[in-house]
Design a protein around this ligand. Structure first.
Ligand code: NI
Length: 420
């Protein structure tokens, strides 16, 4: 299928949007630029009516299976929250995780996301949902020392063997959960596993003060220092959160191929504070955006994270110039593409992961600054079309690849069992 997005404005990396067309053929962008330069003939034409086409957003830290727990326990600190959630997780089946992931993908694609980085269990269910829905996903099996850690490592191996590279839309990473759930041996095993598969790692680090204090008590160093000592940062790593970082921690991170997945919504709601994004970026450390789970956030809307990230840095620095809108957009797109090895962005040859935003709405008028309009005035409700790998997965309130009724029927059935 070849599709021409006609009469659009293309969002540039500097935050401006210029009149353009985008031609998509198969899974890739064949042309993006002024209509006068288009020589291809496309089978289908979509009139964008002057709307903005932007690169697909990436949710760089998720636990999609937990969307089943949305609204289950609010107003609790991380440690108490974890205890409640872990008890419920024991009841989950792969089928539950499949349907939770389908539901999550509906929510994310409607909000302009085209890819996510997940850490959970029953990852076969997550992978099947990604395959069935047409979404793009980077999947990591969460690893911990408790219980039967060997089984989890086996599952991580199987996830890689069965799904890494599948359909050109799924890749895998190794996911040691954290320094408080993985002992040194498990962290070392995780690094060895990532070496063996030649993939990156995905881990929670420095999410709360308690985590850092416990690590200091157990190891006499910070979580970042512990991971560096073990060699974890020798491979590409995505760190979920990175709230409680010292200057020394950030100096360590700056020397390694590390991305911090900033999760402002979850951090605020769990009362964990605000990550030092400006200080990270000053050191050249890559910062992406994630929602964390719908059990803590309580949504999977990366758009909201862009808005929060920008405002929070202005607030902490008492500086209106901190984290401008175009930079927030870059964090949700290109910074994640870099972290997750995706040829994203609206230029020829890149994967056709894109979002059409309707601009015939009050929030886009008078239309003086595209990036500022998108981040501060608009919201995910202004997304008209989301395309992943050349396929439309969300279209004006409809999900062409997903049976909505089947998803809601199954969510209702599972919720009735989990919350009798
Ligand atoms: Ni998390």
């Amino acid at each position: 299928m070849s599709i021409l997005f006609d009469n659009a404005h293309l969002l540039q990396q500097d935050g401006t949007a210029i009149p353009s067309v985008v031609a998509v053929e198969g899974t890739a962008i064949r042309y993006a630029g002024p209509k006068s330069g288009l020589t291809l003939r496309m089978r289908k034409t979509i009139d964008c009516k002057g709307g903005i086409i932007m690169p697909g957003l990436v949710n760089a830290h998720t636990h999609l299976g937990m969307t089943l727990f949305r609204g289950f326990c609010n107003h609790l600190p991380l440690e108490e929250w974890l205890q409640k959630v872990w008890a419920l997780e024991d009841l989950l089946t792969e089928d539950d995780v499949y349907w939770a992931t389908m539901l999550s993908i509906m929510e994310m694609t409607a909000a302009g996301a085209t890819c996510f980085l997940d850490m959970y269990f029953h990852m076969e269910g997550v992978a099947r949902a990604v395959a069935d829905s047409g979404m793009r996903g980077v999947l990591s099996r969460g690893l911990q020392s408790l219980g039967a850690p060997g089984n989890r490592v086996q599952e991580a191996r199987a996830l890689y063997a069965d799904w890494h590279g599948a359909g050109g839309r799924i890749t895998t990473m190794v996911g040691p959960h954290s320094v408080y759930t993985c002992d040194e041996d498990m962290l070392k095993q995780s690094i060895a596993l990532a070496d063996e598969m030649d993939v990156g790692l995905h881990i929670h680090l420095c999410e709360s003060r308690q985590e850092v204090a416990d690590c200091q008590k157990a190891y006499s160093c910070s979580p970042i220092e512990l991971c560096e000592k073990l060699g974890l940062f020798e491979r590409p790593v995505v760190i979920g959160h990175g709230v409680e970082l010292t200057e020394a921690d950030m100096d360590i991170l700056a020397q390694h191929p590390v991305t911090v997945a900033h999760c402002p919504g979850s951090n605020l709601k769990l009362g964990n504070g605000i990550a030092p994004v400006a200080a990270l970026q000053q050191r050249g450390i890559n910062v992406a955006l994630g929602t964390d789970s719908a059990a803590s956030n309580n949504n999977l809307n990366v758009w909201e994270e862009m808005h929060l990230a920008s405002l929070l840095q202005k607030y902490t620095a008492r500086d209106a110039g901190a984290l401008p809108a175009a930079q927030a957009l870059e964090m949700a797109t290109f910074n994640s593409y870099q972290a997750l090895n995706i040829d994203g962005g609206l230029s020829e040859g890149n994967v056709a992961d894109l979002v059409l935003v309707r601009t015939d709405k009050p929030v886009f008028m008078p239309g003086l600054d595209a990036a500022a309009d998108l981040v501060y005035a608009a919201g995910c409700g202004d997304v008209a079309i989301t395309m992943v790998a050349g396929r439309i997965v969300y279209d004006h309130g409809q999900w062409p690849t997903i049976d909505i009724e089947e998803v809601s029927r199954n969510i209702e059935r599972i919720a009735a069992r989990l919350f009798p």
